[in-house]
Design a protein around this ligand. Sequence first.
Ligand code: ZN
Length: 190
Amino acid sequence: MPSEIGTTTAVLQRIVDFVNTRRADGDGLATPEQLTIWLHTHDLLPVCAQADADGRERAVWLREGLRALLAENNAEPVTSPHPDGLDATARTQLGTLSAALPLRLDVTSVPPRLVPQSREPVDHALAILLADVATSVAAGTWPRLKACREPSCRWAFYDHSRNHGRTWCSMNVCGNRVKVRAAQRRRTTR
Ligand SMILES: [Zn+2]
């Protein structure tokens, strides 16, 4: 594994896990209860705390905003009959949300790190995920965090390839899907 990943592997995995709570077969954060379980599983929420509907809505804003950022780290989307898989308002909503989730530089830790200001447990957890973005940028790993180029997928993945050129979450699934479509187009235009 490249040394640059090292200490931030857990951070990268957390971002990928969070973005991939929306799957082709449904939304893993469809209810406040599901968000609560996800946050507990990832040790981001005190055991006694629970998410409510507002917290769940903010979590979805954060997730779709992160997906939009990861899509920008990838190549242009392919031409596809499927919907884009990105929420057009996601970037704006993420901007609004990040203004409501302030982070502070904790200079008592070595090295200094961003920590959430909010005492509200779910906002605190979501701010940790925002801080993960800054951690990844600082580690130089951010450009390799991508959302799949296939519009019907938009699954998040970390590009471990040597040339940083990976564009599909899985060549076997989305890469092949695109190849099949291209072959169909060639047949119909012949
Ligand atoms: Zn994909």
